[in-house]
Design a protein. Structure first.
Ligand code: NAD
Length: 260
């Protein structure tokens, strides 16, 4: 149902972002992927997305901490693929430390990549959407857009910021056929999460099962990870005409975490 539409997904060389890109491509969208990683692996993914969609797929190496590179990425999409009709702001990083020891440069990087990049992306993309009177803007927020955990001051501040930015821009763009929403997953099974398990087992003297159930899924009542494909399926629904009246929403997908 997305044939003829174009989408930018930031941070889509891995994890949730890659699942969004695949889901959009499977519906026929021309996708521009973005993020860091091995050049060969990225090229393989890009070619795979082109094959899945039956149309073009491109890669942008834009650094989400650099406003001018974000604007250039949107411009490049408009020139080469058209649009963008759909933008998914997903790139994100994490750093864990008590606030009084939090490195200033880590704070600045998290605010830039996890929050300000979404502003720059919206700012550059919305004029293109207004001309076509249709647009879908989706951000990956987090359960941490609604609740806090200790030692994650920058991440929690950035994700709460995404929820506020989403509401504000939804109000501004509502007359133009553009919807703006964010999705707030709990723990999602990505390489990022999986790779933490051996370290935590070692440093805390726990079994794999204990790390998963008592540490990672401690706050998630279903005791199951969210799957990247489940997050992508919700984003896909937000792109449908049936979702035209969903705007300004922060949609939780967290196994009940924030219900507690
Ligand atoms: P991931 O590490 O697998 O993917 C992050 C992506 O962002 C990668 O493609 C990486 O290259 C890219 N990236 C990082 N810094 C960048 C920069 N400066 N410029 C451009 N790209 C950059 O992580 P993920 O788990 O898939 O996370 C994706 C999003 O989902 C993040 O915003 C994260 O906060 C959010 N999230 C993740 C979870 C989880 O449990 N995994 C839960 C809630 C929210």
């Amino acid at each position: 149902f997305l044939k003829g539409k174009t989408a930018i997904v930031t941070g889509s060389t891995s994890g949730i972002g890659l699942a969004y890109a695949k889901a959009l491509a499977a519906e026929g969208a021309a996708v521009m992927i973005n993020g860091f990683g091995d050049a060969q692996a990225i090229e393989t993914e890009r070619a795979n997305l082109a094959a899945i969609s039956g149309t073009e797929a491109r890669y942008s190496a834009a650094d989400m901490s650099k406003p001018e590179e974000i604007a250039a990425m949107v411009h490049d999409c408009a020139e080469s693929l058209g649009g963008p009709d759909i933008v998914i702001s997903n790139a994100g990083i994490q750093y864990v430390s008590p606030v009084d020891e939090f490195p200033v440069e880590k704070w600045d990087a998290i605010i830039a990549i996890n929050l300000s990049s979404t502003f720059h992306l919206m700012r550059a993309a919305i004029p293109h959407m207004k001309t076509r009177k249709w647009g879908r803007i989706i951000s990956t927020a987090s359960a941490h857009s609604l609740v806090a955990s200790p030692n994650k001051s920058a991440y929690v501040a950035a994700k709460h910021g995404i929820a506020g930015l989403t509401k504000t821009v939804a109000l501004e763009t509502a007359p133009h056929g553009i919807t703006v929403n964010c999705i707030s997953p709990g723990y999602v099974w990505t390489p990022l999460v999986e790779n933490q398990i051996p370290d935590t087992m070692r440093t805390r003297g726990l079994t794999r099962e204990q790390v998963v159930n008592d540490v990672l899924l401690a706050a998630q009542p279903t005791k199951q990870f969210v799957q990247p494909e489940q997050v992508a399926a919700l984003a896909l629904f937000l792109c449908r005409d049936e979702a035209a009246q969903i705007t300004g929403a922060n949609l939780s997908m967290d196994g009940g975490w924030t219900a507690a």
